[in-house]
Every structure is written in C-alpha cells, then in structure tokens.
Design a binder for this molecule. Structure first.
Ligand code: PEP
Length: 248
C-alpha cells in the first residue's frame, strides 16, 4: 500500500523576522528541490500570510498551533479556519513545547486535531517521550497514551501525519539513532494497525524529529518506517535545502 511522498517539514518555532524569512524563502524559491519529497515550512503565525504569498507554490505552509474552536472570546488564539483563510495547508499539533510550556493535555490535543481536520487542514500530530520516561522503560506506554488521545478524535486519517519527536532529542543535538527511530516508528505503526486498522497503520506517514541535521538526515531517512523528517534548528540554516534533497 502506497504511503505517499517522503515529507520534510520545519518547525521554525518563535524565530525569524520578516526580513529573515524573506531571505529564507528566496533561497528555497531558487533551490533545485527533489520533486519526490513533500515539503512544508511553518513560520510564526504572524508571518504565515506573507510567507505564503512569496513562497513557491510546490512548498506548503503550515501553522505551529491552533485552538479547537472556530471563533469567539479566546484572546490570543487562532482557529484552524483562520489558518486555512491565509492558505496554510498544515498545522503542527501536540508539540512537546505546547504540552509542557503551555500545559496542553492529551485531550486538548485530540480536540485540536479533530478541529483542524474538520477545517480541512493537514495535521502533523506530535508525540514523544522524555528522557526520564525512556530511561524508566515507559517510552511505549507514554507514546501509546498520547496516540490514543488522537485516535479517539480522528475518523478519516488521510490528512494525518504522525511526528515521533523524542523530547530528549529536541534542540539538544542528541539525535535518536536510526535504529532507535526505526524501532519506535515500527511500534507506532503496529499500534495503529491494532487500534485503528491495518490499512491506516500501513499507510500512515510517521516522520522523525529531534536534532535532525545534514549529518544524520540520510541515515535516518533510510529506515523503512521513517517516512519523513521534521526539522527545527537546522531548518533555519542553509543546510535545510540539502536535507530536503536527502533522498537523492
Ligand atoms: C522540533 O522542535 O520540532 C525540532 C525538531 O527541533 P530540533 O530539530 O531543533 O531538535
């Protein structure tokens, strides 16, 4: 069963400026990019509209978060419909920084995934264990709990991509080995087959994020259950173009 294209996506987090993003877009617009790779970039929300207007159309733009209501008295929030309105295609949900710094619960993330899909966005649903959870042997327990909260809110999985992002690898320079990533991705896929369906598990694109750079991208991409890469820090550097071409 076809799994769709390999994906390379970014998480710019709260970084950049209009000028910086303008330069970054220009370098992407000029780049010779592999047509076999689906690429999305996710600027801070205030820049999404601008970036969408100046970026080449074969690269998608995404948001880094959205709320689970369409409109109303939710100061500081943005809805999935608003992201669609400025032609964003993707939204990242459940990132560890949202879970920890902004206290988003598994349930809230499930609601956000449901809301975003209903609005027509594609969702990058992030799950990942902390170092202490890994060291205490609860990695799969934690990942499956986070996954279950998403499973309960999704009917149609067409527009969902799962991002495995071990918290201990995010922004630390300590990347998961290809074997560690493969083991977890295979387990997530198995779990989806058991709890949703064989075909959803088989077709699901599961991407790896956490200290991906040009030096480790190729080896990670070779693993059979690694269907893409999710890039934070390195997406703000010139090497990002080469990471996008990692399959070549
Ligand atoms: C992230 O925060 O989603 C991420 C992948 O960051 P980094 O690549 O910097 O570890």
């Amino acid at each position: 069963m076809a799994r769709g294209k390999f994906i390379v996506g970014t998480n710019f987090k709260m970084n950049g400026s209009k000028a910086f993003l303008g330069d970054l877009v220009e370098s992407l617009n000029r780049a010779d990019l592999d047509i076999n790779v689906e690429i999305f970039i996710s600027p801070p929300s205030v820049y999404i509209d601008h970036v969408r207007q100046i970026l080449r159309k074969d690269i998608a733009v995404g948001g880094q978060n959205c709320f689970y209501k369409s409109s109303g008295t939710y100061t500081g929030e943005m809805s999935a419909g608003m992201l669609k309105d400025v032609n964003a295609e993707y939204v990242i949900l459940g990132h560890t920084e949202r879970r920890t710094l902004f206290k988003e619960s598994d349930t809230e993330i499930g609601l956000k995934v449901e809301h975003a899909l209903a609005a027509g966005l594609k969702v990058i649903a992030c799950i990942g264990e902390t170092l202490s959870e890994r060291e205490s042997g609860t990695t799969f327990h934690v990942l499956f709990r986070q996954l279950q909260a998403i499973v309960e809110h999704v009917q149609d999985w067409t527009d969902v991509v799962i991002a495995y992002e071990p918290v201990w690898a995010i922004g630390t320079g300590r990347v998961a080995t290809p074997e560690q990533a493969q083991k977890v991705h295979a387990a997530i896929r198995r779990r989806l087959k058991e709890t949703v369906s064989e075909s959803v598990g088989e077709r699901m694109r599961i991407i790896y994020g956490g200290s991906v750079n040009l030096g480790n991208a190729r080896d990670l991409a070779k693993e059979k259950d690694v269907d893409g890469l999710f890039v934070g820090g390195a997406s703000l550097r010139p090497e990002f173009v080469e990471i996008c071409n990692v399959l070549r």
